[in-house]
Design a protein around this ligand. Sequence first.
Ligand code: GLC
Length: 567
Amino acid sequence: MTDRIPTPDSRPPHPAPGATPDLSSRNPDWWRQAVVYQVYPRSFADADGDGLGDLRGVTRRLTHLAALGVDALWLSPFYPSELADGGYDVADPRDVDPRLGTLDDFATMVAEAHRLGLKVIVDIVPNHTSHQHVWFQEALRAGPGSPARDRYVFRDGRGERGELPPTDWQSVFGGSAWQRVPDGQWYLHLFAAEQPDLNWEHPDVRADVRTTLRFWADRGVDGFRVDVAHALAKDLDEPLRDLGAPELSREGALADFPPGTHPFYDRDEVHEIYRDWRKILDAYSPPRMAVAEAWVPGERRALYARPDELGQAFNFEYLQAPWDAEELRQVITDSLATARAAGASATWVLSNHDVVRHASRLMLPPDTDENAWLLSGGRAPAVDPDAGLRRARAATLLMLALPGSAYVYQGEELGLPEVADLPTEVLQDPIWEQTGHVRKGRDGCRVPLPWTTTGPSYGFGAGGAWLPQPPSFAAYAVEAQDGVEGSTLELYRTSLRLRRKLLDGETLTWAEDTPAGVLQFDRGDGWRCVANLSSVPVSLPAGEVLLTSSPLEDGRLGPDTTAWLGR
Ligand code: GLC
């Protein structure tokens, strides 16, 4: 609101590798090595006791984030929504869902976050709206051929009476990506049927998202996470192209197409959109940051992170890498190289609201079918929670030592495992219904957080929780770990504090002569990270042991353990 509009030249250049990062509040590059905590608002903290987390709940618990030592919080959508897809079905992108609070509650939350030194990032969902959005309702009423329909992707069907979908495109959540409306036309939805895709060739669509960016930036928001950033531009020229096989609708199928030519993913034209947004974001002081959710391969992903576009993109290759030293080393090396080539900072993430929590996932043997594992209630194969936690802690210390920005997902600081045995009758993720009960979906990582060891919903709220918490959550509660030496919460707090002190430039140098199964690298001046992914203890190099993810074994680094060393 009070932001000074800087001239383009007033931005300092990005720091050269080797320069000491500055996380202070006016530094325009604060995000390059920030640790960002993802809040999934419906599952974080419930102030009004209705079973659904809310903004006042977030505000009350901001001291937890400040004490943890993160730099920013990213809020998944809190906008008005019927929750057909956990809030990613947005009915109004410039308001707060009444069940989650009001715009005043949002202002209070931002002010309190800033007072505590925390930045605030919000999620924007530009690829689609909710079917309850006024535009879509207008489009339904206005009928075929109307300008209102042109803001979305409406088409006549194929077949004698138009009874077949316009193309063979599949939804990410399963089944056809087309839904028929009563007058016979079909509309495109790459996700749930309640999430019609917008037509990004339409000027209203472009203008509206600009308004949304300014709306939240004017309210003090420091950055944006851009949902499915790679899907906005689509080849909508007639006739629409069939893909020929259902799997070619998947994000993983991009390799089957010359880069930039898939009909709806990662098209070259999408980058014009982000160059346009960057001008808006740079008109604020400090410029607002942005991070792309783009499930596309490394070099193509880096394009979204160029300085004249979003600046950062989530590194899903890191998240998807198995717990294997060689593979991780390759992913880390490639990620740093592609980020650097694009002028971006690298990002690292192990868990979020769409994937199996890493305290469970990293224990699954490579090639495990995660959906089959979830359908087995987490029993085939069984995961030992203690072994999973040990590995997760090692993975976290490794991640936090990497140059760039790390994204942590609520509850991982408590060591929460996936709730793999949610009974199917409580599932809320549209994937479950839309696949005809074939894919169990993502609810197991969205179970509300335990804050206390007793009480209804373990301190999440005064009432119940919208997804049932298992009794094992009591032992993971903040209350059970606060101040307890060796707890996962204290490990996160200590490591984040130490990381701030040790951060030095954006470079990483792999150490020579490292035993098999061990990752070992130096960061700047006197900070070495050693991660033992092998099954035997290894000796540590010389240096002061600053922190370990599990106690040393006779002075040696045990399996699934990471150490940070100083000089
Ligand atoms: C993103 C979100 C996911 C959501 C989808 C559709 O992938 O992370 O939760 O279902 O977009 O908006």
